[in-house]
Design a protein around this ligand. Structure first.
Ligand SMILES: *Cc1c(COP(=O)(O)O)cnc(C)c1O
Length: 372
């Protein structure tokens, strides 16, 4: 009998993705090394203009990480101590962390139970004269309800910064996310949909004045070397990462399609026994994560692990309950976020998933549900 190779299941598989385009990537890296232009080499500007074209936005400015992108965006909008910034408590810490770093206060609005994104009907109640901006996060690759957010922002004269770290390529009513608010922020962390081989990020805008300011901020607040006009940071996109990302950008639509296909297959296998991730009819979800809610989530994780199936919980503790960011918040303040944090689970999702992987994973999940 033929010996079956052990099915190896990974949460993300950037290695096999790389191996398919290894020569192209390796050559791109070598070219940067040959040029010795490691900082602000020509490939950075090339990549920036290709992303701008891909997204349909006027300006795209590379920086060192998605977290920096958020901080730089807020610096460009002059968010300062005493200001308030409205955002979601059910996300990665970066949004809250950067608001706090600038001395402003993160003011949370609970999430919508279907989309896991900020509940737009609850935003207005949190607006006061200190409010300066709203940061919607397009969680798991699903766009937030941008029309309503832009409408509120306009009525109250607030800025909108889109945290599109998980959503490059996602579309809201014919417009890619990251191009709708005043500023958009992207992360190219290795496991993101467009992943570098280290940390990298990007800030996008259609506003020329903001773009010029952002370009200065990422490089010590200076336009001309050694003349510093505004407060800045050192957060440039390095040339090697830009070269890698420029190669991978060509494959991004293909990568998104593989994820969408994998999500469709999970949905089919679960066949209503688990609620599929909710997708509004007028958006394109690019499935950075395939996240579902299963009662007894922790036990499910153990069960999957015992069968060699990895899974992750994004995120187990909402930000208002994190020790570093408690402010005056307490348990019970954002009940939907707290409830979802208890039973959400993200199953393996990447561009290299096969039907065999998906069948095995979904069989195990269904087996757990049947017996619990
Ligand atoms: C990954 C991520 C970030 C931060 O990006 P880094 O590049 O890791 O700094 C910010 N917001 C969200 C929602 C993210 O998922």
């Amino acid at each position: 009998m033929r010996k079956l190779a052990k099915l190896e299941i990974k949460m993300v598989d950037t290695r096999n993705q790389y191996l398919k385009i290894k020569d192209e990537i390796d050559n791109a890296i070598q070219e940067v090394i040959n040029s010795s232009q490691f900082i602000q080499g020509p490939v950075v500007a090339e990549f920036e203009s290709e992303v701008a074209r891909y997204l349909g936005v006027k300006y795209a400015i590379g920086c060192a990480s998605g977290t920096d992108a958020l901080q730089i965006a807020m610096m460009a909008l002059d968010i300062k101590p005493g200001d308030e910034v409205i955002t979601t408590p059910f996300t990665f810490v970066a949004t809250t962390e950067t608001i706090a770093l600038l001395g402003a206060k993160p003011v949370y609005v609970d999430i919508d139970e279907k989309t896991y994104n900020i509940d737009v009907d609850k935003i207005e109640k949190k607006i006061n004269p200190k409010t300066k901006a709203i940061i919607p996060v397009h969680l798991y690759g699903l766009p937030s309800d941008m029309d309503k957010i832009m409408e509120i922002a306009k009525a109250y004269k607030l800025f909108v910064i889109e945290d599109a770290a998980q959503a490059i390529g996602a579309v809201y009513k014919n417009q890619k996310v990251c191009t709708i608010g005043d500023i958009g922020c992207l992360s190219f962390y290795p496991s993101k949909n467009l992943g570098a081989f280290g940390d990298a990020g990007m800030v996008t805008t259609n506003n020329e004045e903001l773009a010029l300011k952002i370009k200065m901020i990422i490089s010590h607040g200076s336009k001309n070397k050694y003349y510093h006009e505004i407060l800045g940071v050192n957060s440039r996109l390095d040339s090697i990462q830009a070269a890698i990302l420029k190669v991978k950008l060509k494959y991004l639509e293909q990568y998104s399609n593989s994820r969408i296909e994998a999500a469709k297959k999970y949905n089919e296998r679960f066949n209503g026994k688990i609620d599929p991730p909710y997708v509004l009819p007028y958006v394109k979800h690019i499935f950075h994560q395939y996240s579902v809610r299963v009662p007894g989530r922790d036990k499910l994780q153990d069960f999957l692990k015992s069968h060699g199936v990895p899974s992750m919980v994004y995120y187990p503790v909402p930000l208002h309950l994190q020790q570093a960011y408690r402010y005056d918040y307490k348990a019970g303040d954002f009940p939907v976020s707290e409830k979802v944090a208890r039973d959400i689970i993200s199953l393996p999702m990447h561009t290299e998933l096969t039907d065999e992987h998906i069948n095995f994973i979904s069989d195990k999940v269904l087996e757990f549900i049947k017996n619990n």
